[in-house]
Design a protein around this ligand. Structure first.
Ligand code: HEM
Length: 196
């Protein structure tokens, strides 16, 4: 279940100040886990997520950040701040003590157990006092670094196709030349024997 977290907390997973592939990968998963962006149709935003230099520069320009086209933790932080996004931060809550007292009933609570209940919790529009109560039931955080990483499929390497036909030609040439030479020799002998 979620707890409206400070973005800085979530960004803590990213190495502040660092840049490049590793941070970019983490930025991307953090961005995608931000439900707000999950259904984002904005092509420019998805180019930004892919780290396309021009798209990153566009975002940097809109945020007044230095335009170097590199995604950094700071840039993502600024972006999240500007978007006002709520990033789920994978807290785990034990709600067993709260089943009887939950104003929304125990059935809804039970239906939201054992899974990511971010949407269930958010959809109700819980009050700030309900959010404050979450701390009472907090067990701990899921270590997001243990999440399985999606492996990128790379097709097996095809055996190298020989574009150079020269050696093939050299092998096949005698197959034509030898019979021709025999025919020529036979014809020569025939002519010679005729003349004598
Ligand atoms: C530990 C987690 C939760 C806490 C501390 C909590 C707390 C509360 C509180 C204090 C209220 C009273 C209204 C308010 O102040 O917003 C409430 C109402 C409600 N909650 Fe939760 N809740 C939790 C989880 C959930 C979940 C996971 C769901 C849905 C699956 C849910 C569904 C509801 C519903 C339907 C209401 C009634 C809303 C209404 O009648 O207007 N709650 N909850």
């Amino acid at each position: 279940m979620p707890k409206e977290n400070s973005l800085l907390q979530e960004i803590g997973h990213l190495r502040k100040g660092s840049e490049g592939v590793e941070v970019h990968g983490q930025c991307r998963s953090a961005c995608i886990s931000a439900k707000k962006f999950q259904s984002e149709e904005d092509m420019e935003f998805s180019s930004f997520l892919s780290g396309t230099e021009r798209a990153v520069k566009t975002r940097q320009a809109s945020l007044g950040a230095f335009e170097d086209g590199i995604i950094t933790a700071e840039l993502l932080e600024k972006l999240f701040m500007a978007q006002g996004a709520v990033v789920p931060n994978f807290h785990v809550y034990d709600v067993t003590k709260f089943l009887e007292d939950h104003p929304g009933g125990d059935d809804v609570l039970l239906s939201a157990t054992g899974k990511d209940a971010t949407d269930d919790f958010e959809d109700v529009g819980h009050s700030s006092s309900a959010r404050a109560m979450l701390d009472d039931f907090l067990v701990g955080d899921i270590d997001t670094s243990t999440f399985p990483v999606k492996q990128k499929y790379s097709p097996p390497k095809q055996p190298h196709y020989n574009q150079d036909k020269t050696s093939e030609f050299i092998i096949k040439l005698p197959q034509f030349l030898v019979p021709l030479a025999i025919l020529g020799l036979a014809f020569g002998i025939h002519l010679y024997s005729k003349s004598t």
